[in-house]
Design a protein around this ligand. Structure first.
Ligand code: UDP
Length: 195
C-alpha cells in the first residue's frame, strides 16, 4: 500500500523514485502540500504531544527519516523501502526545482543562516531560483508579515527549519494562508548546509 506506521503515526513506505515523483506532482499541483519527516525521536514526541500527532495526521505527506524508523518497521516484519530524510533529499529537491524552474524560500534558523544556505544552493544548482530567506526567530506579532513576505515572493517551495515540533505545528496552522505549492519541515537542515 506504500504506507507503514509506528506508534500510531503513519508514513510513506516508498522508493526514492516514488518520493521524488510525489514532490514533482506537488510542485505541479495548485494547492499547498505539507511534507513532514519523522525519525524515532519524532515518534516519541508525537506519542506525548497530541498537537504534534494531529499535525502529522493532517500532513499531506510524511516521510520516514533514519535507521530507528527502519528498525521499528523491521521489528513488525516490514521492510522500509527507503530512508527518505530531509538532509539527503534536499540536494535532489534543489536539482528538481532548478530543472522545473521553481523558486525556493528558506525560513528558519538564526539570522543570516538561511541566506548562507540560499547562497550555497544557488552556487551548487545554477538556475535555482531563491525567492527569499527569513530567520526562524520572529514573534507572534511579526507572523502575518512573515507569511505575507513568503506569498509576495511568489515562492513555489517553502523550507521551514524551526525544529520539531514547532515547524510542523506552524506549517499545519498556516497552510491555508500559503500560496506555495510544497512546504517541507526540515529541522536543523539549514545549520547543516550553512557550512
Ligand atoms: N529554530 C528556529 N526558531 C526557533 C527555534 C529554533 O528557527 O524558535 C531553529 C534552530 O536555529 C535550528 C533548528 O530550528 O536551526 C532546530 O534544529 P534542531 O536540530 O534542534 O531541530 P531538529 O532537527 O531536531 O528538529
Amino acid at each position: 500500500s506504500g504506507k507503514s506506521s509506528l506508534l500510531g503515526v503513519s508514513f510513506a513506505n516508498i522508493s526514492l523514485e516514488e518520493a521524488l515523483q510525489q514532490l514533482e506532482s506537488a510542485m505541479n499541483g495548485n494547492r499547498s502540500v505539507n511534507l513532514f519527516f519523522v525519525n524515532s525521536h519524532c515518534l516519541n514526541v508525537s506519542y506525548r504531544n497530541i498537537n504534534y500527532r494531529q499535525a502529522l495526521e493532517q500532513a499531506d505527506l510524511v516521510f520516514p527519516d533514519g535507521s530507528g524508523v527502519a528498525m521499528g518497521c523491521q521489528r513488525k516484519g516490514e521492510q522500509l523501502q527507503h530512508n527518505l530524510n530531509g538532509t539527503d533529499l534536499f540536494p535532489q529537491l534543489c536539482a528538481l526545482a532548478a530543472r522545473m524552474g521553481r523558486s525556493v524560500f528558506f525560513l528558519g534558523a538564526k539570522p543570516g543562516i538561511a541566506a548562507q544556505v540560499a547562497d550555497w544552493a544557488r552556487a551548487e544548482y545554477p538556475g535555482l531560483k531563491v525567492a527569499g530567506t527569513q530567520d526562524g526567530y520572529f514573534s507572534e506579532e511579526e507572523e502575518p508579515e512573515v507569511i505575507a513576505g513568503i506569498n509576495r515572493s511568489n515562492a513555489d517551495i517553502l523550507l521551514v527549519g524551526m525544529g520539531v515540533p514547532v515547524q510542523e505545528l506552524w506549517l499545519n496552522r498556516v497552510q491555508p494562508q500559503l500560496k506555495t505549492s510544497l512546504n517541507l519541515a526540515v529541522g536543523g537542515l539549514f545549520d547543516y548546509y550553512s557550512g
